[in-house]
Design a protein around this ligand. Structure first.
Ligand SMILES: [Fe+2]
Ligand SMILES: [Fe+2]
Length: 322
């Protein structure tokens, strides 16, 4: 649909932009095919594709533990969770495709290392307690962000988020249940849960993004209703819910400066942003392994894509020449 992505050099840009912003202010959703600024499209493609990549790469640290789950129940839960994440990737790639980018372009960006995905998935899962901790903290942080994005002004992204959040809630609950069980378990289980919380707490705070003052895209994203809350606001909501719940289990948090202020907000000590940017820049503990695993899966899955194409061609309504 040519012309639907406006740029400031278009003669009617100011008028169209005013109409677009008025629609957002009225709470209307922007749908594929509607006029939108090219910058809105670009920001959404960046965010949705990064989000899709995060769902798919996020399957790796947990998938590695499916064969080592300690019981059938835990194994079934983990298999269901990892499958859900694949589904989330699917919804999100579809949502991004409505903005005129192809699946192949997005995958090429991921596999070539150009695209980003959530920094958190570049940390290793060292023990079984990491699986519960990821559910509680990582899915917990994701829900805070995704509940906000379910209000997003772009229809397909917002609707994908509503479905995804319903499943994330299950991921969060199963993780919380597991960590609470180990916190009440044997000294060894308790120590394992504490070690996992110690390692995942700071990366979970970091995954909600840089402080507002260092988040260059935030202003335009908030103005156009893509984000409705800033990174620091979402992080505060996450800490306010999770810090007291974790402390209530008798486990501790690895932040000596953590305290509740008179307004009831839990305040954290300084975040190591150097570590965050190093991981985002490709130098986290598992960046290379994660990308290699994705590339290998893509190559080994080539036959599936070929088979699907052959099947689609066979079912094509176009009559074959005889
Ligand atoms: Fe997910
Ligand atoms: Fe999840």
């Amino acid at each position: 649909m040519p012309g639907k992505f406006g740029t400031p050099t278009d003669p009617d840009y100011a008028l169209r932009l005013a109409e677009f912003e008025a629609r957002i202010a009225r709470g209307e959703k922007i749908e594929p095919g509607d006029w939108m600024p090219e910058e809105y499209r670009r920001q959404l493609v960046r965010m949705i594709s990064q989000h899709a990549h995060s769902e798919v790469v996020g399957m790796l640290p947990e998938g590695a533990w499916i064969t080592r789950a300690p019981s059938l129940k835990r194994k079934m839960i983990l298999i269901a969770k990892v499958q859900d994440e694949a589904g989330h990737g699917q919804y999100l790639y579809h949502a991004a495709e409505t903005l005129g980018i192809s699946r192949e372009e997005m995958l090429e960006a991921l596999l070539s290392g150009r695209a980003k995905y959530s920094s958190i998935f570049n940390y290793p899962t060292l023990t079984w307690a990491d699986i519960g901790t990821i559910g509680w903290l990582v899915d917990g942080a994701a829900i805070k962000n995704q509940t906000m994005l379910a209000q997003c002004s772009y229809g397909p992204y917002s609707r994908a988020m509503v479905r995804i959040c319903a499943e994330e809630t299950f991921h969060h609950k199963q993780g919380k249940e597991m960590v609470i069980a180990y916190a009440k378990g044997t000294p060894k289980q308790r120590q394992m849960a504490q070690d996992a919380i110690n390692r995942w707490w700071w990366p979970a705070l970091m995954m909600l993004g840089p402080h507002d003052a260092d988040s260059p895209n935030s202003e335009v994203l908030i103005r156009w209703g893509v984000k409705t809350k800033s990174n620091d606001t979402v992080r505060q909501e996450f800490i306010n819910e999770h810090a007291p719940e974790i402390l209530a289990t008798g486990l501790s948090l690895p932040d000596p400066e953590l305290h509740q202020d008179p307004q009831g907000n839990w305040r954290h000590g300084p975040i190591n942003w150097e570590e965050f940017w190093s991981v985002v820049g490709g130098n986290g503990p598992m960046n290379k392994e994660r990308l290699e695993a994705r590339r290998r899966a893509h190559t080994e899955g080539a036959w599936v894509r070929e088979a699907l194409e052959a099947y689609a061609a066979k079912k094509s309504p176009i009559p074959m020449a005889v």
